[in-house]
Ligand binder design. Structure first.
Ligand code: SIN
Length: 282
């Protein structure tokens, strides 16, 4: 793919590219914005280094892609409720996002994308892993694809934001409202979704928020779900981002799962995220 104003360097075979030659803090001209948008669609997760991004500029950049999500359970940054602060202090053992997931799949219209900016990074560790769910879908047998196409799964935040998950989030330093069991909404999403812009099919189940298949019990759903969770996050579908201060990762939640590694106890990590609203998966 040819880009006019940016350099795009893929970081792995399945997904991910580092973008050079752009400052996100400037008012991006439309041509450069179109390049970035195209690179995002082409590579599913894109990375930028050394971005001096104020909270206002972060929000401004995010809004060019759509309206921003206000998280229903996690308190936003003071004065900027669209920004989620993800901070792990040296004495904390749990982290936020430490498991494979797609952001906000527990909502009726889950997130289009997330833009994460690093403020402070540990001296080692704290990388984020990404896995291409379209590459994972493509690698399935025709028989498995036929079976999954048309299946529906139930997503909910009950596990992550109910009593047990809430305690873990609090231990991870997040300001989270605990949800009563049985009151957290459940939504149906296709197991295989078609990307509204690229037309590529992708798996759309994740171990944080997908509970079971429609019209099946959890016990009945477990073997196939477990296979899909493991299949979808195999090494050949992943890339890994090593954070530096001021780096930005922008991923497409419609096509990617991600995982924040928790391997830097004793050190501080501070990130800010804005999340772009998406549409109903189809
Ligand atoms: C997340 O959005 O799940 C957190 C990712 C990270 O902190 O690397």
């Amino acid at each position: 793919m040819a880009y006019k104003n940016i350099d795009v360097k893929p970081v792995a075979g399945a997904l991910g590219a580092e973008i050079e030659g752009v400052a996100l803090n400037d008012n991006l001209d439309n041509e450069t914005f179109d390049d970035i948008h195209q690179a995002f669609l082409d590579h599913q997760v894109i990375f930028f280094r050394n971005q001096d991004l104020s909270p206002e500029a972060h929000i401004r950049f995010g809004r060019r892609f759509g309206s921003l999500n206000i998280h229903p359970y996690v308190k936003g940054m003071a004065g900027h409720e669209e920004i989620m602060e993800i901070i792990k202090e040296p004495d904390e053992r749990e982290n936020f996002g430490g498991g494979w997931h797609s952001d906000m799949s527990f909502q009726e219209e889950p997130a289009l994308g997330s833009i994460l900016h690093s403020i402070e990074v540990p001296p080692y560790g704290g990388d984020t892993l990404f896995a291409s769910q379209s590459a994972a879908y493509d690698a399935l047998s025709e028989g498995m694809k036929d079976m999954l196409d048309g299946m529906i799964a139930i997503h909910t935040a009950e596990k992550e934001y109910g009593r047990k998950g809430h305690s873990a989030m609090q231990r991870a330093g997040m300001q989270v409202e605990q949800q009563e069991e049985g009151t957290v909404p459940k939504f149906e999403h296709p197991v295989v979704r078609t990307h509204p812009q690229t037309g590529r099919k992708a798996l759309y189940v994740n171990s944080a928020f997908t509970m079971h298949f429609k019209n099946m019990t959890r016990r009945e759903s477990r073997p196939l779900l477990q296979f899909l969770f493991e299949h979808a996050t195999q090494e050949q579908f992943t890339c890994r981002f090593r954070w530096t201060p001021g780096a930005v990762a922008f991923w497409d939640n419609r096509a990617v799962q991600h995982y924040a590694l928790n391997d830097y106890h004793g050190h501080r990590r501070h990130m800010r995220r804005v999340t772009i609203n998406g549409d109903r998966p189809r």
